[in-house]
Structure formats: C-alpha cells, structure tokens
Write a protein that binds this ligand. Structure first.
Ligand code: BGC
Length: 428
C-alpha cells in the first residue's frame, strides 16, 4: 500500500524528466451512476440529449473485476470512485442492503489485491429515489440522512478506506439541478432553492466529517471542488467582464469556505480540485461546445485547436489556480478530476502531458499536491450529454451488449508516467 500522509520527497526536474514526489497518488476517477449500470437512484430512466440513459452505462457493476485489472495494467496506485447511496440504503436511517454491501466490500478487496488505494466519493450528483421523493437536498433532514449514510459506510468499510470525498462539486450540482434544470429534479431558475441545497450540503459535509473522524480518527476527509477559469469573451464588452466576474464569485469563491471551516475549526483535511479548463462568458452565459457554440462560431472567435468536445482547455492556468487555492486555504490538494472529451488520441495525450507538466510546476513552487486522478477510467454516461462524450482511458463500445472496452493509446502513455513516477518532457 502506498503511504502518503505528508508531501514526501520533493519533486525534481533533470534531463528532460519531471519527477513527482515519492508516494504521489496516480489514479483515475469515476462515479457510480456514470459507469455501474442497473441504476436504481434518481437517474434511473433519465433521458439525455442524445437519447441515451444511464440504465446500462458501462456495465461496471458486473465487470468491475476486469476494470480493476485494467487499472493495475495502467500502473495506477489509486482510484477515485463512489458507492451509490441509493443502492446501499433503502430509506433514511435504514440499514444497508446486504447484497450491495457485500459487492462493494468485494470491490474494495479487489482493489487492495492490486495494491490500489481507494478514494471514496459519497455523493456524486445522485440522490437515492426515496430522497428525491422527499425533496432531495431541500429537505431539512437531508444533512442528518447524509451523516447517517457516512457513519454506516465507515462502519461497513472498517478501515479499508482512508480517503473520503464527501460531496462532489456541490455548486455544479445545485446549479445544474435547480438553475439550469438539466439534472434531476430539473428545476429552472430556482436560485433560492439552489442556495438551500448548498447550505444543507455544507451542514451534511460537516456532520459527515465528524462522523467519519469519530470512527476513524486517522481518516482524511475532503470535498471535490469544480474549478474553472472564467474569462470575458469580448475584451471590449464590459458586460462580458461583469458576467465573468459574477461567475467567478458564484462558482469559485462563494460557498467553498463553508465546506472547509466551521466557526474556527477545520472540517476538511484536503481539497480535491476538478479542473477542466476555461469558459468564456458572453454576457451572463457561457460560450463553449457544451453550451451550444458551434465549431464555426468558435473559429470565428479565434478558438481553434484548444477545444475538446465540451470545453476550452487551459493548462497554463492550472498552476495559477492551484497556487491561489493553496495559499488561501493551506490544505493539501489533489487533482481529483482532470480529463478531456475527445476521439482524438493525439489531443488526449498532449493534453495529459501538458496538465501534468503544469502540475509539476506547481509542485516545484511549493504547492502541496498529493495526487492526480484522470477523468475518466472509462468512456461513460456524461449526465445530460449522455453516452457520446469520450473521456475514457478505456474506449467503451456502447453498441455491444457486454460493453466491450479497450485501453486507448493515452492509457499506455499514462501507465508509463505512473511507473516512472514522472513525466518525460519530450516523450517518444
Ligand atoms: C463531474 C463528472 C463529469 C465531468 C466531465 C465533472 O464536473 O464530476 O461527473 O463527468 O465533470 O463533465
């Protein structure tokens, strides 16, 4: 098992090679709804823009052994994934389903048998159906339900999990579910409800933090925060500047402190950073492929090769934002997600290379980064976008009932990086 309780041996840069600190966590990330299939949470039956549903996803629920062997082939020493709350707990404060607990414990054992350290996410955009029927995170008891879920998980896992991510991207969830209306329960422009959801999530995180630490004092508990660079689309337009500033305030700055401190005590041991790049703001809306901008429009604005199928990449900004977060919050950081949606393996490989070199730059500047998780291990169900976005280090054939998967070229490139614990500046 890899140990990583403090930033170990410092990073170094010699002979065209960027070495990462000893004990650095190299991993991939996934979430249950996006890969498991046989969905039982509130996403069951959801129909995405491309007409697909998460109901079969990658069939990981049955093929996890194969997938974990692939993680091992990729030389990963860690894996960020989740246990689906709805699959485990049939109602508030109720005991876990036995079959499900056994399956999840088997997954942990399987990972351990490959020497892979689990990083467990408790909530990744999906409420159990019973919770959805009770107004989800709007319900005043939702923080207590979540704390109970966390406590039962610590008891169930009995020391097998040391790194816990309570909530994935709280602001993105509240925004997509209560403002843009794209995630269940698909409400639009309910700004006050989004704020209530976030307040309850903060309380839930604080309660879960205490519940986990009570059972397992040495556990490391944090959240995964979505970090984007917002810039005005038209430099001459003051409203675009205002839109960008507003987005920075609402998405990046607001709410985070409430997940890190309660009065004067810390309630996070680390901060996970999910980083995908930048968004240009045109007035108050974003302008990128994922918000409907066409290639032609992007080209006309001078945005050419830096776009994947969803966003604009911006590796340059990664060390800047990591440095700012480290200085402001004084917590160890993980890149808990970073990846690219593309069919183009050359783009994916350059992209990975560029972000890792920038991550190393931040390390050299003294930022305490403990691990990097590529999003994602598999092509998967990309929420409202459905099954058409290709984030995986493994290509999944969604036409095949068994969901055949194959490691992509970039996967082997990443495997070599993890094996050498560093990045060649000019790889062959
Ligand atoms: C989410 C993932 C998602 C990824 C790519 C992150 O915001 O945590 O679930 O698939 O971005 O869109």
């Amino acid at each position: 098992m890899t140990s990583n309780t403090s930033a170990a041996v410092t990073p170094s840069a010699t002979n065209g090679f960027r070495r990462f600190p000893d004990g650095f966590f190299w991993g991939c990330a996934t979430s249950p709804t996006q890969i498991e299939g046989e969905t039982v949470n509130e996403w069951a039956g959801y129909i995405a823009h491309d007409g697909s549903t998460p109901d079969d996803a990658c069939n990981h629920w049955r093929r996890y052994r194969h997938d974990f062997r692939c993680l091992s082939t990729l030389n990963m020493n860690s894996y960020r994934f989740g246990f689906d709350w709805g699959r485990l707990q049939p109602g508030p404060f109720e005991p876990f389903e036995r079959e499900t607990s056994l399956r999840y414990m088997e997954m942990l054992a399987e990972l351990r048998s490959h020497g892979i350290e689990p990083f467990l996410t408790l909530f990744h955009f999906a409420c159990p159906q019973w919770m959805a029927h009770k107004q989800g995170w709007l319900h005043p008891e939702s923080p207590a339900w979540f704390a109970d879920f966390a406590q039962r998980l610590v008891e169930m896992t009995d020391g097998e999990v040391r790194h816990w991510i309570t909530i994935n991207e709280p602001v993105v969830y509240a925004f997509m579910a209560y403002v843009r209306g794209m995630f269940p329960p698909k409400r639009r422009h309910r700004y006050l409800q989004a704020c209530t959801v976030l307040r309850h999530m903060q309380q839930a995180h604080a309660l879960a933090y205490d519940a986990i630490h009570k059972e397992q004092p040495e556990a490391r508990v944090g959240i995964a925060k979505h970090v984007k660079r917002f810039i005005p689309m038209r430099v001459w337009n003051p409203l675009d500047h205002l839109g960008a500033r507003l987005a920075i305030r609402c998405f990046d700055r607001a709410w985070l402190d409430g997940f890190l401190h309660l009065q004067d005590r810390p309630i996070s041991d680390f901060l996970g950073v999910n980083y995908y790049g930048r968004l240009r703001m045109k007035l108050y809306g974003a302008f990128s492929p994922v918000t409907g901008a066409t290639r032609h429009q992007l080209h006309r604005c001078g945005i050419t090769d830096t776009c994947d199928d969803m966003w604009e990449q911006d590796a340059e900004w990664l060390p800047v934002c990591l440095q700012a977060l480290a200085t402001r919050h004084r917590l160890p950081l993980y890149i808990s997600e970073n990846g690219v949606a593309t069919d183009n393996e050359t783009l994916r490989r350059h992209w990975l290379q560029a972000h890792l070199l920038k991550c190393h730059e931040a390390l050299e500047n003294g930022v305490d980064i403990r691990g990097y998780f590529y999003w994602s291990l598999l092509d998967n169900f990309e929420w409202a976008e459905g099954l058409t976005k290709r984030f995986g280090l493994m290509a999944v054939d969604f036409e095949d009932p068994g969901r055949r998967r194959d490691i992509r070229r970039t996967g082997f490139h990443y495997a070599a990086i993890a094996r050498k614990n560093g990045v060649d500046i000019h790889p062959e």
